[in-house]
Design a protein around this ligand. Sequence first.
Ligand SMILES: Nc1ncnc2c1ncn2[C@@H]1O[C@H](COP(=O)(O)OP(=O)(O)OP(=O)(O)O)[C@@H](O)[C@H]1O
Ligand SMILES: [Mg+2]
Length: 245
Amino acid sequence: MIDYRPMPSAPSIVVDKLRIRRGGVIVLDDLSLAVASGRVTGLLGPSGSGKTTLMRAIVGVQIVESGTIAVLGEPAGTPPLRWKVGYMTQNPAVYGDLTVRENLRYFARILDAAPESVDEVLETVAMTSFAGRVVNKLSGGQRARVSLATALIGSPELLVLDEPTVGLDPVLRRDLWKTFNELAEQGKTLLVSSHVMDEADHCHDLLLLREGKLVATGSPADVRAQSGKQDLDEAFLVLINEEVE
Ligand SMILES: Nc1ncnc2c1ncn2[C@@H]1O[C@H](COP(=O)(O)OP(=O)(O)OP(=O)(O)O)[C@@H](O)[C@H]1O
Ligand SMILES: [Mg+2]
């Protein structure tokens, strides 16, 4: 018999029984999850729930105690992934004494990316008119966008973005979420963390973390159904406050 059902594309990230200890404390415990390809997945959870730790493990800069992480079919952090994964850290990782364009050129050189990619990513984050400005003279939100631009250099397949919209005004936040969705339409996979629950509606899939464990997964509609609340803020409060079994 031939199976005519469409084959779901393989997930971009598969985490299996991950356990991570930081400062002697277990911060992720027996965590298993998958992140679908070509979609925007929101990684949500209160401060300290382990979002950054999970992202660090996915990009390969975090010591893992046990469990496995496969990224685009390869073990996390291995050389074949170098050009395929873009990472935006929670604190803008850009050089303050260089201009916006100099920063991006520097990252493009490291990644062997075409020089034109600098102009492309500047446009994507709406920073073209600030290209000649020294980063230290930018606002916090502008600096965050330069940091985001560095993750976009070289057009990686997977983007891991740690709170990219924090500190941005509502208009910019909406524009950035639109950009994330456009990138997904082009076939990119995005994992985006946030502790602002109202951003969840911009995501196709959600992962809700509490104290290093997943308390909910699925689409925003699934999360509403699971919690019995229409308002996602309330839905998350219900799920976050449920008794730990
Ligand atoms: N360098 C470190 N050394 C020891 N413990 C750490 C370190 N960084 C984070 N932790 C601990 O690991 C846990 C998870 O932290 P993590 O930064 O992953 O949370 P988060 O969900 O990203 O929080 P936030 O929303 O505030 O960014 C927290 O309990 C935190 O105190
Ligand atoms: Mg964090």
